[in-house]
Design a protein around this ligand. Structure first.
Ligand SMILES: Cc1cc2nc3c(=O)[nH]c(=O)nc-3n(C[C@H](O)[C@H](O)[C@H](O)COP(=O)(O)O)c2cc1C
Length: 214
């Protein structure tokens, strides 16, 4: 069924039911979770989906760290403490992020390893700055595909998740917390069963962002 806020709601659509499109439409950011645990097989399936994403040069330069139990609380405490160093609205968003982290049974950290940047810079005969800019962007785009796969896989399993990008403000501390010695913070994703059903915010109509050139 297509959700009210769904970008794909097109009443005249002649499409037969398609489960992938239905999951895309059903996905909304979930920030508050029930206390139910995420089964290990579900978590593994979510990570497999992420790891199957397209990536530049097939480098798969993402690294995943799973936080459970006390580690989630430690991360939430770190984020809450550092929130005090920022003015509103960043501090408010950081505290909100901390609440989602501590409220979720599982939290996934994603870091870009930097391997694509190294690989690409050696491969391409362009200046180091241009190569860095190019391959850092490619690395972020690759990991973004992995994160979206993660969100869709979670939704398909009845779970909810939210992409926490605000932690980029304290990216080096988060990367270190996640145990990654190098690379760059990408995202933190709390995962769990939604505390209540969500419809998500209204999306702009497709025709507002679409142009045909023939
Ligand atoms: C790159 C990126 C960063 C985001 N960072 C945050 C964040 O720090 N905190 C948060 O609550 N939501 C964050 N979100 C979720 C967006 O707020 C959400 O996707 C948007 O409002 C649309 O809602 P929907 O996901 O329910 O469709 C982020 C989403 C993306 C793609």
């Amino acid at each position: 069924m297509r959700g009210k806020a769904g970008v794909m709601s097109e009443p005249d659509s002649q499409l037969p039911h398609n489960e992938v499109l239905a999951v895309i439409d059903r996905r909304h950011s979930i920030r508050v979770f029930s206390e139910d645990n995420v089964p290990d097989a579900f978590l593994r399936a979510i990570l497999q989906a992420a790891n199957a994403a397209p990536s530049a040069h097939n480098q798969q330069s993402w690294r995943f760290t799973i936080l459970k139990g006390e580690k989630r609380k430690e991360l939430a405490a770190l984020v809450t403490e550092r929130a005090n160093d920022f003015p509103r609205p960043a501090s408010v968003l950081l505290r909100m992020a901390a609440r989602s982290i501590v409220g979720a049974p599982v939290v996934i950290g994603i870091v870009n390893s930097g391997s694509l940047i190294e690989h690409g810079t050696e491969l391409f005969e362009i200046g180091r700055d241009e190569a860095y800019d190019f391959f850092r962007t490619m690395e972020i785009q690759s990991s973004a595909a992995a994160v979206e796969n993660m969100l869709l896989a979670a939704t398909s399993l009845g779970l909810g998740a939210v992409w926490l990008g605000i932690l980029f403000l304290i990216k080096d501390e988060i990367r270190t917390f996640l145990g990654e010695p190098a690379g760059e913070f990408m995202a933190v994703i709390p995962v769990g069963y939604p505390a209540k059903p969500a419809t998500g915010p209204k999306k702009q109509a497709l025709d507002e962002v679409l142009r045909y050139l023939e």
